[in-house]
Design a protein around this ligand. Structure first.
Ligand SMILES: *[C@@H]1O[C@H](CO)[C@@H](O)[C@H](O)[C@H]1NC(C)=O
Ligand SMILES: *[C@@H]1O[C@H](CO)[C@@H](O)[C@H](O)[C@H]1NC(C)=O
Length: 324
């Protein structure tokens, strides 16, 4: 084995709607048809016993690659800042669920400690300065290098977010984002977690911005109004949310997942396509509606900002837990 990192873990995030049309994806995700029509055994993500990310001082560094407007960055930044707001649990019936209450499901995994995420650094990379802007899409190796160059440090998750016009290899073909870990080159033993999610607005909104865009495949439902008025970034937040949940519950490929290497289902991907109760293929489930804008959402963050967040698998019930 040489020094090159073995791609031990590359969790693909595939939104279910992409799968309903039949074309076999390279990275499988659960077809929710199984959940609702066949009524199978509860899904069980097996705990493979490896380290999870826990603790109350984990940071999420955000690397924005390419052109994001300040308003777009604010949607993402406010989402991350909303994850760990230590508000008391909302009283039943007292307003919409919070982003922090969505995240709390991750603390039901082994140990019950959970991970408290704080917003770390924000790094803006102007992709026009980079060498391969002309022509070649970014490879996942480039993403790893970007995360590494952003300065790995222990207890951090580096999220590389690519702008709508930045092509990334295999974006759309099989995935909306990935998470993985890196040994950081020369630094030896430490393992650093990172993820990539792309803004799908121009490249594959029907796969990675559903339900804010008509699905590419499957039952055609009218698109929902995105809660922050930006189908691409609101869609990217769904991917980011799913990948953060996968990162803390299966950071190194030996935590909670079901299935074979390369096609694992994790906390959120096991529940792909489900956002509210009563979801079925092509229908995200019952959601809350903003009366002023008509936007659909299921969680509220800091400053009242609204988000649509994916269902997470709840290890205490072996069900996909929805907020509304
Ligand atoms: C939390 O982590 C950050 C960055 O890793 C560090 O600078 C800070 O001192 C830590 N805070 C606490 C309370 O441990
Ligand atoms: C991506 O990786 C390739 C191969 O290592 C390299 O030639 C290219 O410059 C990289 N692109 C960026 C934007 O870093």
């Amino acid at each position: 084995m040489g020094g090159r990192k073995k791609p031990a873990l590359l969790i693909c995030l595939v939104l279910t709607v992409a799968l309903l049309g039949g074309a076999a994806p390279r990275c499988a995700a659960l077809n929710p048809r199984m959940l609702f029509l066949v009524k199978p055994d509860p899904i069980v993500l097996r705990d493979h016993g490896g380290a999870l990310l826990t603790g109350d001082n984990l940071t999420v560094n955000l690397l924005f690659y390419g052109r994001f407007t300040p308003a777009q960055r604010a949607i993402v930044v406010d989402f991350v800042r909303s994850l760990s707001v230590s508000a008391a649990a909302p009283r039943p019936g007292a307003g919409p669920p919070s982003v922090a209450s969505w995240w709390r499901t991750t603390s039901l995994y082994r140990g019950g400690g959970g991970a408290r995420l704080r917003l770390g650094r924000q790094i803006l990379v102007d992709e026009r300065m980079s060498l391969s802007r002309r022509g070649r899409p970014l490879s996942l190796g480039n993403v790893t290098a970007l995360a590494r160059a952003a300065g790995h440090h222990r207890g951090a998750i580096t999220a590389v977010l690519t702008a709508a016009d930045v092509p990334v290899a295999s974006f759309c073909v099989s995935r909306c984002g990935v998470h993985d870990h890196d040994r950081g080159g020369a630094h030896g033993r430490a393992r650093y977690t990172y993820l990539w999610a792309g803004n799908p607005a121009q490249q594959c909104p029907g796969q990675c911005a559903w339900p804010f865009h008509r699905p590419t495949y499957g039952p055609q439902t009218p698109p929902l109004v995105p809660p922050n008025g930006d189908a691409g970034v609101d869609g990217m937040v769904i991917s980011l949310a799913a990948l953060l949940a996968g990162t803390v519950t299966n950071p190194y490929g030996d935590g909670y997942y079901k299935g074979d290497a390369g096609a694992e289902l994790e906390a959120a991907t096991a529940c792909a396509g489900i956002f509210g109760t009563g979801a079925y293929p092509g229908y995200p489930g019952r959601l809350l509606t903003d009366p002023a804008t008509g936007a659909s959402y299921n969680a509220v963050g800091l400053g009242g900002r609204k988000y649509l967040l994916p269902a997470l698998w709840d290890p205490t019930t072996s069900q996909c837990k929805t907020l509304v």
